[in-house]
Design a protein around this ligand. Structure first.
Ligand SMILES: [Zn+2]
Length: 138
């Protein structure tokens, strides 16, 4: 799990086995599996609330890594509703949104995972995986 600081190009989305976790399912960590679209290796990523990930803002800040319109066009994030703007301009599900990079251990293909985590409403804590995308550095 690492942060990304160079400009990247989104290649394609891969499907994950589960994309929504709530309350007790994320007491400790959430495990998400996806198959590498290059070599077929089954990757497992572990997301620990309040530990995993880096603010999504780091990607689109001055468009250093990814332009806002690329994030929107690939449906990685949405524009945040007016009353949740304190979470940032672009979010998943109007909750604090994070990302991380991960490499397939078998073939070294690069992937980016984007998710949000927080209390959606009193008594409902949600982890939403927006998706996992294969990317390459430009
Ligand atoms: Zn692979």
């Amino acid at each position: 799990m690492y942060s990304i600081s160079k400009k990247i190009f989104i290649e394609k989305q891969v499907s994950v086995d589960k994309d929504t976790f709530s309350n007790a399912e994320i007491d400790h960590l959430a495990e998400v599996k996806f198959k590498c679209c290059n070599c077929g290796h089954e990757n497992t990523i572990k997301i620990t609330p309040y530990e995993s990930g880096f603010p999504i803002f780091q990607l689109y800040n001055e468009e250093k890594v990814l332009a806002k319109n690329e994030l929107l066009r690939n449906k990685i994030v949405s524009e945040t509703s007016k009353n949740s703007l304190y979470f940032g301009e672009l979010t998943v599900n109007d909750l604090p949104t994070l990302y991380f990079g991960t490499d397939c251990p078998s073939c070294r293909s690069k992937y980016i995972c984007v998710f949000s985590y927080g209390e959606k409403q009193p008594g409902l804590t949600l982890l939403t995986i927006s998706g996992v995308w294969k990317y390459s550095e430009i």
